[in-house]
Every structure is written in structure tokens, then in C-alpha cells.
Design a protein around this ligand. Structure first.
Ligand SMILES: [Zn+2]
Length: 711
């Protein structure tokens, strides 16, 4: 799934103090270990290879591999066989998930005249995959089923505010078929809102203004979406198998009844702008507000009618709703702390051939695995366990990664060092990265040591130049929102995460044309960006696995948190509440000074000696508590699975990030008392995080942890 990659604007963050030059020791390493690690990384990142990346890309994208189909069993075997060949220990985990497949999907215009809308994308002569492969049924995963006929109403993006606007125009979608354009939110939010407002069906279409001819030449002349191109995709809002919330979908698991599942109950159909135009063109009624006008060559109206549509969706819910999915793992066991794991993963399923989404991420994981496996053959043993994962059924709602996280939650809570996500790792030249602020400085440092395929310096140099970053500042990195496999690790368990990739024009997202041909012609013709993503991955896993002291940057973390406080204060003012973020800010300040003290202690201790194994173990145990302290077992108000209190996907958007969600959701609800309670709660948790950092420092100095401070 994944949101179309955030364009990284030239908005800047101030560089934090502890920038480490190439000559200085790496954070968490002694000077000697640092030199050794630098040499290991330099050697390892030479190995990812554009030619083999191209070969794996071709092999994995040569057929449509939707989760729950035999083709997806073949990608499993392909990946596992490669990892075995490279000498990695492998494992496959099977989960049985509730994942009905659409069997019939059809649409008609039935008034003012009758017209069949041909939903298939169809073959493109120069794209071999598009005519050798049977096109998958056009579908929105987890659509409701039914056969409905009703007048059509245009609802813009189908957001909450769009329905408010319709209300003000006196238009209701009750009993109607809503038609919404893609963009501005996860499609599951569009389905939820349409159903909530009484629509009997929903069409979601790709407006040419978003990723079609308004943006550039369309496929196959250019990379953008052609008039018959469709964005498939799930419309389910919860993460993971909806029938086993919070626990793994082992065969025979107890499931909640189908009529109680948190899924859509109305038929939802994704559509090309070629077909959508046949419904939108004839709409009458009120003029749309100016911002609702899209890129089709006529003036848009809201309706309802006189155009009427008929939507028909059938699925295998009654006969074969439960399907097996397969996560794969390639494992390098750690030599000193094998119970601590660094995981890099990408989803292996797709809505079509999936060359960009997500064969590119799978290939990045494979190339990184191959590079590290070579190092292992030459005698390298990482201190911690490294796992190279591919997830199934991400496209349906993060099922594979979520079931795994729920399955292994205890082990991951205690030993999960970091999760690194690769979703659409290469579809253009523009680097972007993000994740937990504790891992950002490491990711930045590693991009300084990987050559950019453009030949214009390092990935970091090119990234900086494109973001027009001034001296002393750093390119902005993304906060974790929603829409990909990091959610289980980050939102549910509080494990630090990072992600990165090379973005581009897009245009074939979740389409039949996300093919090897598209990739080789437009996305990454040389496959060098695939290799570059893998080089970063190989260095990241090694750096995390081999450090003496876990190299989290809690100075940058606290610094980043401070930036979110002014928005809280403006919200309090807006609500005329007598409240302030001052106490929360003070707690974050205490975390920052604890982190600064820890970093200087760590650097001076490591400069003189490598501490003993038990000192290291105690220090790292305390460090592992820092971000866990910013989660809570009961989760967010009304959605207990989301335990992390720092970032979450906005529940009214699905992709966009919401910071300090326990507080900001209470503010949004207009609930003063809950807001004050949440403010105090988060303040306490930042103090616990600061305490964990202080405990790490004391452990490193061989002192006992202080007592009784954790409130
Ligand atoms: Zn994806």
C-alpha cells in the first residue's frame, strides 16, 4: 500500500549538535570498533548490484501476484530459494487470514442512457506483461458486496470536510452512489465516510489532475496514468486480519463473526478517469466549489443525477474467505546478543505485476541480504541477529507484518532493536527518508557514504541539493504516518523504525501497468536506484547489529519533540482553554539533557575502553526502554491497538501523520478534561523515558539505577 511518497519540501530542520564526521568514532562504537565497522560497511555496500536487481525485478514482476493466489506462493519460493542459496537460515510463517477476493465487479451508467463501463485496463502493445498476464479483477480489497442502482453524487475527495460542504449546499448522498476522487486520504477513509453518510455505493477514481495527463505524458509515452488506468487498493481501516484483532491468525484461531467485522458494507469500485468521465460529465445540479474542479475537460457538477449508475460486486466471502498468507525470513544469528533483532523488510504482495510497489522494496531487501550473507561467508558475525523479511498481504491492510508482530510480540518487545521498512524503494531519482527521530542521524550519516546513481556525489549531497538546504541545516525527514508495514512495530510495540527510498513521478500506482517495462523505461532504467536503496539497507542493519551501545539519538529525538509544542498551545488558545504545554515541554527538556549527558558519557567511556559484556547489556536494556516508555498498554482512546503516543496515522486521513495523538485526538474531540489528563499522562511518560536514559548512563558508569523517580 503506502501513501504516494511525501514530496519533501525545502522546509528545514536545524541540525543537531552531535553530527559525526567520517573521522570521528561512530556513536556507540569505540574508535577501534568504529574503524572496523566503517571498513565492513564500505566493503559490504559495494556488493548490491544493479544487474542482479534488474534480474530479480523481472522475475518477481513477470506475473500478477496478489495475496492469496498461487502466484504469491511462487514469489515466496523464489525469495526463500535465493536466501538459502546465499547461506542464510530461512523460515516461512503461514497465517490464515480473512481476506475475501472479489470475483465479479461490474459497473454501468443506467440513466440518462445505458452504457457498460469497461473496467479492465487492457494490454499495451509494448508492455509484454500487460498482454501475457491475465489482468486481475479490478477491485477495492474488502469492498462490501451487492448490486445497487442509484443517482450519482460527486463528493470531491470524499473527506469529512467535503461532506460538510455538501451539507451546506443542501446535498445528501443518502441512497445515492457517491463518486470520489483519489488523493488527500487513504481510500478506506473515503469508504467509511460514504457509508456513514448513507451512500449505497461508492466509486473512487483517479482524476487526471492527480496522476494523469495534467501531470505529464501518460503511459506508455510517459510514466503517468492513462485514461484506462486504475488504482486498485484496500479500503479496510484496521491494521491486520480484521477477524483476529490483536492476536495472530494461526490456523484454527478464534475469529469474530463476519457481521461484526470493521469492514465496508457497501460496494466500492475503483475506476479510471476514462470511465469516471462517463458518470461525471452528465451530472447536473449545483456547480462545484472551485477547489472541487478536477482535470477532466468539462465543468464539474455535484448532482445528484440525472446520471444514474449501477454497481455490482460479488466475492468469495461465503466459500473461501480464509486464505493462507506467507511471511518469509532470512536470518543471520547474532554472536553476542542473539535475542536482540534488527529487522529489515518489505511487502512481497502487489495489486498487479508490482514492479515499483513492491518488487522494488523486495529487491532492495534481497540485495541487502545477499551483501550481508557474503560478509558472513567471509567470517563476519554480527553481534545481534539480523532478519531480512518479506511480508504478505500488506496491500490488504498490513496483514502479514501485523500478524507476525502479534505472533512474536513478547520477543519483539524485549529484543526488537529496530525495524527498517522498504516500500517502493526505487521508482525514480528523488531520495526521501524518515521514521523515528532516534534513527534519523544514523540514516543521514549512511547516505553520506553511498554514491548517488546520478554521479553527482553521495545520496546525501544530492538529497541536500534538491531540498535547497542551507549550511548548518539538514534535509527534512518524514514522521511515521500510516500505510505500510512499520505500523505493527512502531504503533503497536514502540520499536524504533526507519524507512527510505527513491521516489519519482508515479502514475501507475496499484495499476496493471506497474510493470517491469514501466520500471525499465521510466522508474529506474539502470536499476542503480534499486542497488542504492539496498546499499543503505545493508549499512543500516550492520551499524545497528554491531554497535556496542545501541546508536539511538535521543538528543535529536527530544529536539524534534520540542517543535510540536507551539501547535498544542495554539490549539489551547483556539479552544479558550486555560492550559499550556509548559510542563510537557519541561519533561521533554529533561529528556534532552539526559540524552546529552548520556551521549557525552558514552563517547568518553568508549573512547578509552570497550566496556564489559554485562555493562553493555545493562546499558542497552535501559536504552531499549526509552521509546517503549512512550507507549502505553491500553493504547489510544478508542483504539487500543495503537500504543505509541508519539506518532500515529490520523484516524481521519489514514496516511497523514498525527503527532502526540493521545492529546491531539482529545483536542479534536473538544474534550477539555481528557486533554488535560492526556497532557499530564504524556508528561509522566517523557519523564520515564528520560529516566531510562539516565539509567543507561548510570549502567555505563557501573552505577546502580536510581530509585523511585519513575512516577
Ligand atoms: Zn506498497
Amino acid at each position: 500500500m503506502r501513501a504516494p511518497r511525501l514530496l519533501v519540501p525545502a522546509v528545514l530542520t536545524i541540525a543537531c549538535a552531535a553530527t559525526v564526521g567520517a573521522q570521528q568514532a561512530l556513536p556507540g562504537y569505540s574508535p577501534e570498533a568504529s574503524a572496523k565497522e566503517r571498513a565492513l560497511e564500505a566493503e559490504t555496500i559495494k556488493r548490491p548490484d544493479a544487474r542482479s536487481a534488474s534480474e530479480y525485478s523481472r522475475a518477481l514482476s513477470h506475473e500478477v501476484h496478489i495475496s492469496g493466489t498461487p502466484a504469491q506462493a511462487r514469489t515466496r519460493d523464489y525469495v526463500v530459494n535465493l536466501m538459502k542459496q546465499w547461506g542464510l537460515q530461512t523460515e516461512v510463517r503461514t497465517y490464515d487470514v480473512w481476506m475475501p477476493h472479489t470475483t465479479v465487479m461490474q459497473a454501468w451508467r443506467v440513466a440518462p442512457d445505458t452504457m457498460v463501463l469497461h473496467l479492465a485496463e487492457g494490454p499495451v502493445p509494448e508492455d509484454t506483461t500487460s498482454w501475457t498476464q491475465k489482468e486481475a479483477v479490478i477491485a477495492n480489497g474488502y469492498s462490501g458486496t451487492g448490486d445497487v442502482t442509484a443517482p450519482v453524487v460527486y463528493v470531491n475527495y470524499g473527506l469529512i470536510e467535503d461532506y460538510a460542504q455538501l451539507d451546506s449546499l443542501g446535498i445528501s448522498v443518502k441512497g445515492k452512489i457517491a463518486i470520489a476522487r483519489y488523493g488527500r486520504s487513504y481510500r478506506g477513509i473515503k469508504a467509511r465516510e460514504a457509508e456513514k453518510h448513507g451512500a449505497v455505493g461508492l466509486v473512487i477514481y483517479s482524476d487526471p489532475e492527480d496522476d494523469g495527463y495534467v501531470r505529464g505524458d501518460v503511459y506508455p509515452k510517459g510514466p503517468m496514468r492513462p485514461s484506462q488506468g486504475v488504482q486498485r487498493g484496500s479500503i479496510m481501516n484496521p491494521d491486520g486480519d480484521p477477524s483476529t484483532p490483536g492476536y495472530p491468525s494461526h490456523p484454527g484461531a478464534k475469529r469474530i463473526p463476519v457481521d461484526q467485522l470493521d469492514v465496508s458494507h457497501i460496494p466500492v469500485i475503483p475506476m479510471s478517469y476514462g470511465n469516471a468521465a462517463q458518470l461525471l460529465r452528465g451530472l447536473d445540479g449545483k456547480d462545484v466549489p472551485q477547489s472541487w474542479q478536477g482535470g477532466l475537460p468539462f465543468h464539474y457538477h455535484v448532482g445528484p443525477g440525472p446520471v444514474q449508475a449501477r454497481l455490482l460486486v460479488e466475492s468469495d466471502t461465503a466459500t473461501a474467505a480464509i486464505k493462507p498468507i506467507w511471511d518469509t525470513f532470512g536470518i543471520v544469528r547474532g554472536s553476542e546478543f542473539p535475542e536482540q533483532v534488527v529487522i529489515i523488510g518489505g511487502h512481497r504482495d502487489a495489486w498487479g505485476p508490482g514492479a515499483a510497489d513492491n518488487v522494488s522494496g523486495t529487491v532492495s531487501v534481497l540485495e541487502a541480504a545477499h551483501a550481508v550473507a557474503e560478509a558472513v561467508k567471509q567470517g563476519m558475525r554480527p553481534k545481534r541477529t539480523i532478519i531480512f523479511a518479506t511480508w504478505d498481504a500488506e496491500e490488504w491492510g498490513l496483514l502479514g507484518s501485523t500478524e507476525y508482530v502479534e505472533d512474536d510480540s513478547l520477543r519483539l518487545l524485549h529484543g526488537g532493536i529496530a525495524y527498517l521498512n522498504q516500500d517502493v524503494a526505487a521508482e525514480g531519482p528523488d531520495f526521501g527518508g524518515g521514521g523515528s527521530p532516534s534513527l534519523r542521524s544514523m540514516l543521514r550519516d549512511i547516505t553520506k557514504h553511498v554514491d548517488d546513481p546520478s554521479g553527482k556525489g553521495s545520496v546525501y549531497d544530492v538529497w541536500r541539493a534538491r531540498a535547497h538546504v542551507k549550511a548548518g541545516e539538514e534535509p527534512r525527514m518524514g514522521d511515521p504516518g500510516g500505510g505500510s508495514d512499520f505500523a505493527g512495530f512502531y504503533n503497536h510495540l514502540g520499536i524504533p523504525i526507519a524507512e527510505w527510498g527513491f521516489g519519482g513521478a508515479g502514475g501507475v500506482y496499484h495499476s496493471f501497468y506497474d510493470s517491469y517495462h514501466w520500471m525499465a523505461k521510466f522508474g529506474d532504467p539502470t536499476f542503480q536506484y534499486h542497488a542504492a536503496a539496498a546499499r543503505i539497507g545493508a549499512a543500516m542493519v550492520l551499524r545497528l547489529a554491531n554497535a556496542d551501545i545501541l546508536p539511538y539519538d535521543y538528543v535529536e529525538y527530544a529536539h524534534t519533540m520540542q517543535r510540536y509544542l507551539p501547535a498544542l498551545d495554539s490549539a489551547f488558545t483556539k479552544h479558550k482553554w486555560d492550559a499550556s504545554s509548559a510542563s510537557l515541554g519541561a519533561a521533554i527538556g529533561r529528556m534532552e539533557s539526559a540524552a546529552q549527558q548520556f551521549a557525552s558519557t558514552r563517547d568518553s567511556v568508549l573512547a578509552h575502553a570497550s566496556p564489559g559484556r554485562s555493562t553493555i547489556a545493562h546499558t542497552n536494556d535501559a536504552l531499549l526502554r526509552v521509546e517503549r516508555a512512550l507507549t502505553r498498554p491500553e493504547g489510544l482512546h478508542g483504539r487500543s491497538w495503537f500504543r505509541n503516543l508519539i506518532y500515529v496515522a490520523d484516524e481521519n486521513n489514514g496516511y497523514a501523520n498525527m503527532v502526540f495523538p493521545s492529546i491531539n485526538e482529545a483536542i479534536r474531540a473538544g474534550d477539555h478534561d481528557r486533554t488535560m489528563h492526556e497532557l499530564a499522562d504524556l508528561t509522566t511518560r517523557f519523564d520515564a523515558a528520560a529516566q531510562a536514559i539516565t539509567d543507561a548512563r548510570r549502567a555505563l558508569l557501573g552505577q546502580q539505577p536510581s530509585r523511585g523517580v519513575t512516577r
